[in-house]
Design a protein around this ligand. Structure first.
Ligand SMILES: [Fe+2]
Ligand SMILES: [Fe+2]
Length: 255
């Protein structure tokens, strides 16, 4: 950020309704500069590929960059706020105005990202660590992770093959036999981090004397980070996707 005095930052970021959140970062808006958004929370860089957004942003605002690259600025800024402000809750009005297809695209790309760029590297690190453990520890680690990976794959596959196609049919204003609705998804939508917790416990509490402190720490960082990211992903599906589809169902079935 070029000018860092507080008044300048407030002038750039704030709107009349803006609320200061947990880390004292004002909520992001579509009018702020992209470079300043990244500077305020570099973790948001992780969202760029999930939106298919290229860097080389110059002095573009969020709105300018998103429109140039075919992304909904409102959706992008909402995701940024969810990731950076843990107590941020989007308003019902803001959620209803979102582009459903873009939200589904974002969630699908996130699924691919978790599997390819996060879970696979963790699996590789775990294999290297397991090679140095006792057979018993190695077996437990591998089993926990294999079960976790399968659970995540099943979860994503259900969303990709059942929930998202249902939403797309609904978007085409097709009234369907009432065999499925978003309420069913809402009731069954689970957290996918319980087994990660077990894995962390083994690494933190029980794995001794393998002489790989740096690798174990790095692995734990990756697991904590994945867990945090996935909890935001679940939050997005619970507080953005589900209410948006409930609204869509109302629109389709009440007409
Ligand atoms: Fe998902
Ligand atoms: Fe999910």
């Amino acid at each position: 950020m070029v000018a860092c005095d507080e008044a300048a930052v407030v002038a750039i970021f704030c709107t009349e309704n803006m609320i200061m959140k947990d880390r004292n970062i004002p909520l992001y808006t579509t009018r702020m500069k992209v470079a300043e958004l990244i500077e305020s929370d570099y973790n948001l860089l992780l969202l760029f590929p999930r939106f298919g957004l290229e860097l080389g942003v110059g002095d573009s605002t969020v709105s300018e960059l998103c429109i140039r690259q075919g992304v909904s600025p409102q959706l992008f800024v909402m995701m940024c706020n969810i990731y950076s402000h843990t107590d941020y809750m989007p308003s019902a009005d803001d959620v209803r105005q979102l582009d459903v297809e873009q939200l589904l695209g974002y969630l699908s790309r996130s699924h691919t990202y978790y599997v390819v760029s996060r879970i696979k590297p963790i699996e590789e690190q775990l294999k290297a660590l397991s090679a140095q453990c006792s057979q018993a520890h190695s077996a437990v680690l591998q089993r926990f992770f294999a079960e976790y990976e399968q659970e995540v794959l099943n979860h994503f596959s259900y969303e990709e093959n059942t929930v998202f196609p249902y939403i797309r049919t609904l978007m085409a204003c097709h009234k369907m036999q009432p065999t499925y609705d978003i309420e069913t998804f809402s009731h069954n939508h689970s957290n996918i981090d319980d087994k990660l917790c077990d894995l962390k416990n083994i690494l933190v509490k029980h794995l001794r004397g393998i002489g790989m402190a740096a690798q174990t720490t790095e692995l734990l960082f990756q697991i904590f980070s994945l867990e945090e990211d996935l909890s935001r992903h679940t939050f997005i599906e619970d507080v953005v996707l589900i209410p948006l589809v409930q609204h869509l169902e109302k629109t389709v079935y009440d007409n």
